[in-house]
Design a protein around this ligand. Sequence first.
Ligand SMILES: O=C(O)CCC(=O)C(=O)O
Length: 390
Amino acid sequence: MCSEQAGARGVLTAEDYATRMEAYASAGMARARRIGNRGPVRFDECGKVHPDIVDAYWKHGFYVFENVLHEVEVEELRRDVNDLLARAPIRPGAIVDAEGNPALGIDMKRNPYFFVKPLSDPVGGTSASHGRHQSKMTEAAPAEGAPEYVVQIIAGMCQLIESGLRVYGHPHLLAVAEAINGPDFVPYNDAIFTKQPGLGGSVAWHQDGVTHWDSPDWDEGIHGVNFQAQLNRTSAFSCLWVVPGTHKLGRVDIQARVDANGGSDQLPDAIPLHCEPGDVTIVNRQTLHSSFANTSDDFRVSVSWGFHRRKAVAGQHGHLMQPADVVYDDDFIDQRASVVQVAIDARRQVYRDETPFVYQPFKGAADRFRWCPETFERVIRDYNTRDIAI
Ligand SMILES: O=C(O)CCC(=O)C(=O)O
């Protein structure tokens, strides 16, 4: 779209948007360098995640693990995600892909695909997800000839791609989940975020939890932690941004922050979690976070999943993913958690030189959860109807 057309519609061109990001991106990179909070996963002499890393996570509400996934695994994930994108429905509501074949996963009980208009913010300032995206992000007009919609999220990776199931069982990442949420940690959901160059939409500033803000048991870890494995290099123009330390504050008045910032979504104190392929970020779900419209050349693919403390979800209602009368009782939680055990075995069958993670809730029960066609039907098929979202 030319600048006159964009201007007439009251939105920025992609070029203007990118220019507007430049100073903010470089200031954010400087802040990120000062904080650091990144490096490889390290363990102590007992084989536990190094306490310095755990402390750093609790201090800032995030950590960037460098070089977690080897090139071969990143390449498999990339190939599988590209295949998923090629076989996604051609538009929201469609059931066929660009070749006219049934879209992959369209038979799942929960439609895996979430679309956005290029460079838009579909949820900021709406009541979606309990209104947690309080303020609308700046939008931009994509280049001439851009598609009307692009895929932003693909859910259900443990069913759709085996590489997705295998990364879910990664021993170092499960050790991190255990270090943060305790040995009886349980899964949340998963979502592959894709942000194509010049097209990817934004995700407005938000905190993820909805359940415990006013709970007498509230603390800085009660809404869990999210992981994102990066398949491609990301920059400040394409990656996830966080405001360090906000996981400690309780519910943040995001609109007040935007207003105090002259109405701009470029919040001060935020930092970009830029990454190399194979890096994995972890972000406390209470940390204020967002991502901007992707006007860069980066093709960001973030394979995302998360974990909770069991006691934070036990007995809670399905506020986000299921009808409100669904209760997360022991059966519900165990069934969803068994996906982790199957993932551990799926990984063991391929990465023979790794020591598999011992998931305490299933210790002694591993044989009932070997990765095979029977567990695909019993555990994996439509597992994400049992995502545990609080
Ligand atoms: O990765 C992104 O761009 C957004 C992720 C996010 O908002 C989330 O995981 O809650």
